[in-house]
Design a protein around this ligand. Structure first.
Ligand SMILES: *Cc1c(COP(=O)(O)O)cnc(C)c1O
Length: 377
């Protein structure tokens, strides 16, 4: 048994995937980003579920994340977003991982590897050309991308199968951000047009992350790369402007159990810094989860959890491995009771927690550490 655990609702993941599919044409492919341990949900399990539910592509950040999926016998196409180090390049070939290529240095190294590989195992590597249209993080500039596309098609052991870009502001309805996205779309379209004019066809064109999938249908192209939505989150204002109404369900539900209860007299203090003083005689419960598990310390004295269907405040500073709840008196709460911390029947989900901590839901689910066991249901 584990007191603290993350219940991963694969049925909710499937529900969210159906919601994404309801926004896009039937022929449009879905790529499921499972980078960063599938946003904290468990990359292998989410990848398996995604493929079982009809996802076409998976995506990871690093080569090593891709290798982990292949070692788990996942055979679907896997995109690698981040350029590898030179000594990691053989892994791309060996494990059949499809890199985003948007960097001259990386492309030259791939071509060099190509020269060795021609004698060695004759493998041809699928690659997707990454075009920078305004994010400035990776990708050939949209003006130069067509030349690179042509260059790639001339390399014997590289096969250009896709072209992609990534949006900087697609999850915002702010007019300046909408205009920025529109400019990125125009740049991408002009680059794609030149690539096609150069006679390069049969490409999977893709651009949309979750925000763009909801707000900018003209970015769906041949495939969408929705991450956050599939894990059950989105800005509420975006969902309101979705062309067809959709509902998302948080996939990760965080739970713990009370492992100790003590009486506290009025005027006594709790936890580091003695930041909370009991306003009346009360009872304090300890649960074994702290900031080392990914419960942000910034939630100290500013959070509540649910026990037996009622909300109780977290009091005092959150410690590395534990935190404290004011469970009051005159109720049947006892040691080993379940405590709902995030999503499901808890008062707060990752979006709410993120708001309290001045960050985004992505950071909250990604930060759930290895110590929290994931239970799939
Ligand atoms: C993470 C990532 C995505 C998914 O973004 P969401 O906002 O989670 O939908 C798509 N494309 C790239 C290149 C990414 O890095």
């Amino acid at each position: 048994m584990y007191a603290t655990r993350a219940i991963i609702r694969l049925d909710y993941f499937e529900h969210n995937l159906q919601q994404v599919k309801s926004l896009i044409p039937a022929k449009t492919k879905v790529c499921v980003p499972v980078k960063a341990n599938a946003y904290g949900h468990g990359s292998v399990q989410i990848a398996q579920k995604a493929i079982q539910c009809g996802a076409d592509f998976l995506a990871v950040a690093t080569v090593h994340e891709g290798v982990e999926l292949r070692n788990a016998h996942i055979t679907a196409p896997i995109l690698c977003f981040i350029p590898p180090l030179p000594d990691e390049i053989p892994l791309l070939f060996e494990y059949n991982l499809t890199p985003f290529v948007g960097d001259k240095n990386f492309l030259n190294l791939l071509v060099k590897h190509d020269e060795h590989a021609r004698h060695a195992h004759h493998t041809q590597l699928d690659i997707h050309l990454k075009i920078d249209t305004g994010m400035a993080r990776g990708g050939f500039s949209y003006t130069e991308a067509p030349e690179y596309a042509l260059f790639i098609t001339q390399q014997h052991n590289l096969r250009l199968t896709g072209v992609a870009t990534h949006f900087a502001c697609a999850d915002s309805k702010n007019p300046t951000d909408i205009a920025y996205t529109q400019q990125q779309i125009e740049r991408f379209n002009s680059s794609i047009k030149s690539i096609r004019q150069a006679g390069i066809t049969d490409l999977i064109v893709h651009a949309a992350n979750s925000g763009a999938t909801i707000l900018h249908p003209q970015t769906h192209f041949d495939m969408v790369r929705t991450g956050l939505m599939l894990y059950g989150y989105s800005d509420k204002t975006l969902l309101d402007s979705s062309p067809s109404p959709i509902s998302l369900k948080p996939v990760m539900q965080l739970q713990s159990k009370i492992i100790s209860i003590r009486e506290l007299k009025k005027g006594e203090y709790v936890s580091y810094g003695a930041t909370w003083k009991a306003p009346a005689d009360t009872r304090i419960a300890t649960i074994p989860i702290g900031y080392a598990d990914g419960l942000p310390r910034a939630l100290s004295n500013n959070f509540s959890v649910s026990i037996r269907g009622k909300a109780y405040p977290l009091v005092g500073r959150i410690c590395m491995d534990q935190c404290l709840i004011d469970i009051k008196q005159d109720n049947p709460i006892e040691c080993f009771d379940d405590v709902l911390i995030m999503a499901g029947d808890a008062p707060f989900d990752a979006n709410d927690i993120a708001q309290k901590c001045n960050t985004i839901a992505y950071e909250i689910t990604c930060s759930m550490s290895k110590r929290i066991i994931r239970i799939y249901s």
